[in-house]
Design a protein around this ligand. Structure first.
Ligand code: ATP
Length: 763
């Protein structure tokens, strides 16, 4: 291969540079927000929770203190949290403060997050979000260091919590990068213990072509009738590829389903498998599907992220069951009893002076002992597992230190930064990536900033459609013609039956095409390893899943034809599904439930967007927000449609409302959640991987300048429009949106031709 050390060096240098920029952007954004915004505004942006009180303090894995916080009923009209972005694993700080109506004390607001620890300016207590529910947040806080001046946790009774920039992931990515660079470039130090690159690493960086598929004989599928030809082909590719396989799974095509078969096959071949996901959600999805197969497995990471019925798989739960765990538990009980006494005991009498000091020394010693005993338990449990599941970041934890695996699988790989994938990849000799590069890329703040500053403002006359559009509004929906079986369909089944010679020929052709094997430094961190491998090695290492099991065919038609070359086809079991199917009086409900796609066009209604003044000073962390926009009239249209759907019997918890703007999300939530608490209202980012019977998209943008902001991003739009099973409703201003990009124009034209068009005033 032609990749030179200079090219490798340039590649790693570029990654280094981009990661440093991103780390800084994240710290800056967080610091800027916290120093410039009032706590109330931070709460509105989903970055803080105010007016909390400590409910209890427990001891968790690693001897950490688990601080449980709630909104006291006495100080709030509702004990439920407002919409927020706290997730398990996030870094947060607990600061002193009173109720949400009073501004928390300024010492907290002054502290600089992200950099705070190093500069010693923080006055609160930092920790990691351990668990979040609608009314409770638990923060895991490290025990005070033995050399720390203050020997006790100083958690005020009334407090607030603010989200901090989490640089731990960057630290792990940097370490993985340096390790990978050393392996690939070799060490100048002859005594160094840096290994030579393994075949997988050579393929990843273009030093060698992927080897020919191995002969794996006939596969005895665990789920033979439940796999379609493209899924079987993907399993075959994943098992036979010596170093690398990519599984491209468009929405609802059974990517998780296929990965489960791949994992079962690998375990049956005695392979030790590390299963990672870009997010906790991706890992848990796989975990849920693997559990019924009763294979010894472990889920590393925050147990809080794991759904209740999956808790048994967590390291905590498994460690708890072992005999050695009882010894650790005894120590834990002692710590908890001492902590309770230190906190004042039932009568609220605080131990003081020398006695207090002595008790803290005792707690410190016990914590050390607890960690030691726990280490023994953890290592036993990890040894016994055949499958380890973790996020990519979590795979860099101490539990997997110096452990290696035959295969690492990364799900949602098209959403992960390349460097985070290197964390598990460094532990394996074979890699299977699954994902869809046509859905959301990883969130990258630094590149968004770059794009934002270079965005051209297109000025022009209003193109909003006039009210005369009313005349053509209530048309009958035209069903999109069902997508035809495609080339890829037939080639899938042919390949399934094809002989080895054919496979070899197509493989050779695929990996020797132009630009194959080139190592090109990425322009942005949005270029994922999945993208890069697809470009570097092409179809020879990839299999697309082409039958979707989620959407009515009309909902699927537009994304299929515009993004998946019409190769994405609907399984007959879902292609004609409608909300109407569940209704007994079909005639009465036809107009509301009988259309797979409805478009409420607000053009000409003068439903103009506005900038939300309360949150316009900076970006939200909930969505990639541009000084958040909202559109109150659209909220009314959405509300009227939701009310109609619910009146026709659609359960609220089968309806999701998606909007790209945080300010609109707040408006929608305030307007509808009190009446319909079961509704799911979220940003596009929060909906990837989810599905609902009915999905309503509120596009928000309506202005004379024809500005559409990040609606332009195809992949974002693709996620939004592919969440619905039976009914997709779009609310937006065709006059503004159609001018946003050629893709948006195509979509609006498609909606006009295929959706049940309605005038917004009809809702
Ligand atoms: N071959 C199949 N036959 C019947 N149903 C299938 C098949 N493959 C997948 N499904 C069903 O399709 C649905 C989607 O599958 P799955 O959740 O695995 O998809 P996914 O690609 O991981 O979804 P996402 O778009 O959320 O990433 C599931 O209900 C699954 O049972």
């Amino acid at each position: 291969m032609s990749v030179t050390p200079a090219q490798l060096d340039a590649f790693f240098e570029r990654q280094r540079e981009l990661l440093a920029k991103e780390r800084q952007a994240e710290i800056d954004q967080s610091s800027l927000l916290i120093s410039n915004c009032s706590p109330k505004l931070l709460e509105r942006k989903g970055l803080a929770l105010l007016g909390l009180a400590v409910v209890q303090v427990n001891i968790g894995l690693g001897g950490k203190s688990l601080i449980e916080l709630e909104r006291p009923a006495a100080h709030h009209t509702s004990t439920s949290f407002p919409p927020h972005s706290f997730r398990p694993g996030d870094l947060a700080r607990i600061d002193e403060g009173s109720t949400s109506s009073q501004a928390p004390r300024s010492k907290a607001a002054k502290a600089k997050p992200g950099a705070s620890k190093d500069k010693g300016e923080s006055t609160g207590t930092e920790g990691v979000v351990y668990k979040v529910s609608s009314t409770k947040i638990i923060i895991a806080v490290d025990a005070p260091k033995s050399d720390s001046k203050s020997d006790e946790l100083d958690i005020p009774e009334h407090c607030w919590v603010v989200k901090l920039a989490n640089t731990v992931t960057f630290d792990r990515m940097d370490q993985a990068l340096e390790r990978m660079a050393k392996i690939m470039l070799g060490s100048s130090d002859s005594t160094s213990s840096v290994p030579n690159p393994n075949p997988l690493q050579r393929v990843l960086f273009g030093l060698a072509k992927p080897s020919r598929p191995e002969d794996i004989g006939e596969i005895q599928y665990f789920n033979p009738s439940g796999l379609n030809p493209s899924q079987k082909q993907a399993v075959k590719l994943a098992l036979s590829a010596p170093e690398l396989a990519l599984i491209h799974g468009p929405p609802g095509t059974g990517k998780t389903h296929t990965l489960v078969e791949v994992i079962l096959q690998l375990v049956s071949r005695n392979k030790k498998v590390l299963v990672c996901g870009a997010s906790n959600l991706a890992v848990d999805n796989l975990l849920e599907r693997l559990l019924p197969h009763k294979i010894p497995l472990i889920r590393l990471g925050h147990p809080a992220r794991v759904m209740n019925d999956l808790q048994d798989a967590t390291l905590d739960a498994q460690a708890d069951k072992s005999e050695e765990a009882q010894l650790a538990k005894d120590v834990k009980k002692e710590i908890e009893a001492l902590m309770a006494t230190l906190a004042g005991g039932p009568k609220g009498k605080r131990v003081k002076g020398a006695e207090r000091r002595k008790m803290y020394d005792e707690v410190k010693e016990l914590r050390k002992e607890y960690r030691k005993r726990e280490g023994v338990v953890v290592s036993r449990v990890v040894n016994d597992a055949k499958i380890i599941l973790a996020t990519c970041h979590g795979a860099g934890g101490r539990q997997l230190f110096n452990r290696s695996f035959d295969v690492v699988i990364i799900d949602e790989a098209a959403q992960a930064l390349e460097a985070v994938c290197w964390i598990p990849i460094l532990k394996a000799s074979k890699l299977i990536l699954a994902g869809d590069p046509l859905q959301l890329p990883p969130t990258v703040i630094s590149s968004n900033e770059r794009k934002k500053s270079s965005t051209k403002v297109t000025k022009g006359a209003s193109t909003a459609k006039l009210a005369t559009d009313k005349g053509k509004l209530k048309t009958t929906s035209k069903q999109a013609p069902p997508a035809k079986p495609t080339e890829s369909n037939s080639s899938d089944s042919e390949a399934e039956e094809g002989d080895k010679e054919n496979e070899d020929t197509s493989f050779t052709r695929a990996v020797t095409a132009k630009r194959m094997g080139q190592l090109i430094p990425p322009k942005s961190l949005e270029t994922t390893l999945f993208d890069r491998m697809e470009r570097m090695w092409g179809d020879g290492v990839k299999q697309m899943l082409n039958i979707q099991y989620r959407m009515n065919d009309t909902i699927c038609a537009f994304p299929s034809s515009t993004l998946y070359s019409s190769k994405l086809v609907s399984d007959p079991s879902v292609s004609a599904r409608l909300l109407l199917d569940d209704h007994t009086d079909k005639d009465a409900a036809q107009d509301t439930l009988g259309h797979p796609v409805v478009f409420f066009d607000t053009a000409g209604c003068e439903f103009y967007e506005r900038v939300d003044t309360a949150s316009s000073d900076s970006k939200s962390s909930l969505s990639v927000d541009e000084g958040s926009k909202c559109n109150a009239n659209e909220v009314e249209v959405v509300k009227a449609w939701v009310t109609e759907l619910i009146a026709c019997g659609v359960p609220a918890n089968e309806i999701a409302i998606i909007t790209p703007y945080q300010a609109q999300l707040s408006l929608l939530s305030d307007s509808m959640l009190p009446t319909y608490p079961g509704l799911e209202i979220g940003t596009v980012d929060g909906m990837q991987g989810r599905e609902k019977d009915a999905v309503i998209i509120s596009l928000v943008r309506s202005n004379d300048k024809r500005e559409v902001g990040f609606l332009k991003e195809k992949r974002r739009l693709n996620v939004a429009m592919t969440r619905a099973r039976k009914h997709l409703c779009v609310v937006g201003d065709s006059g503004t949106v159609r001018h946003g990009s050629p893709y948006l124009k195509k979509w609006i034209e498609w909606l006009e031709g295929n959706a049940d068009l309605r005038f917004a005033g009809d809702a």
